[in-house]
Design a protein around this ligand. Sequence first.
Ligand code: FE
Length: 435
Amino acid sequence: MDDNNGDLVIHGIFVDTPTVGSFRFHDSCYLVCQNEKVVGFFDEIPLIYKSFPVFDFHDKLIIPGMSDLHIHAPQYAFRGLGQNMDEHDWSSWFEKYAFPEESSYENLEYAELAYEKFVHDLLHTTTTRICAFATIHREPTEILMDILDRVGFAGFVGKVNMDRNSASGLLETTRQSVNETEIWLLNTSSAYKHIHPIVTPRYFPSCSDELMDELGKLCTKYNVPIQSHLLESPDEIKWVKSLKPQISCYSEAYDMFGLFGETVPAVMAHCVYPEKQDLEIMKKRKPFVAHCPGGNMHSSGGLAPILDYLDFGISVGLGSDIAGGNTINLFKVMIEAIMVSKVKWAKDIREKKPDAPKRYLTLANVFYLATKGGGSFFGKVGSFETGYSFDAVVLDDERIRDYKPRSNYERLERIINLSDDRDILAKFICGKKVL
Ligand code: FE
């Protein structure tokens, strides 16, 4: 990591999406970053910033860093496996892969090895901020936070809580779960500059009422946000209602414990099958939705109503959902999000009205979700507007170019569709060069 104290000048072609529907390009200019924040764009470097280090990327495209709002760090190890290609029972994914893998992290040496690999690979993507699940184990969770901090990432990491309906080796007693969470919060709340704890009940079926209640209190006491899963599949919704018959909808199972955005910010992964009552509570409490199109497809073939959420003023970001999804490359997740929204439109609207106007996510829409949409969970993040944290990724399209002149939009479109880790030229997080 280069140490430039959060001050720098960077030159290139910039693109961002200050509003949800359209790209903004700044052709060949200088962006000044001071104290980790964007000052603005300039044709020439102003005199007062002449002493700042200059990074000149010439005609390369520079985009805001992206936020992965739902990523299971320990599951990265078995990505691409167990996606129910031949078996229809999703529980085999948990029994054969997810739970055995997560159990392995009790071993500190294994945790260090696997998390180093995860963070190394994440560095070579467009992701700069994460909301990550770790495992139930406190010390290995702190190891992950140490590594992310050392490499220069920003975001939240959660020690997972499970005191029921879990697998052997991954079941805590309620007391254990609460005590370990509090020790972890004390150890990590102010240990790092840009990595912070987030309370993480895995999902309602894996946490007793007593545990949920205690977690709600810890969130308030330490002022930390909360992340969990919501409305991922019809079976899960049925299960939640059988565990808690008095609730009107799944969202209420979190809301009744103050874990749905009322007291501290909340991010809920999936949100595929909202009922009317869910939408009412979501509109009121405004939890962030982590849209995981790939993971949703694998788990239930679900088509989340993302455009409706945006219409309701609910904030939406993207989640790789590794290893429910197959990739930590958010460009690929963006394309999945567009595809899924087209299928949703074709199925829900065009089937009934063949001439119905098209209504699905555009490239600018999903770019917004991956940058400013998800980034706003972390504050002023995900845009090159003045005052925003300078998180940026420099992209090299030399490998995938052709021999015709292409507009900046075309270059960006092709990068999103075709680039991979080889094409990430540099990366900045909170004004520091990390790659
Ligand atoms: Fe998940």
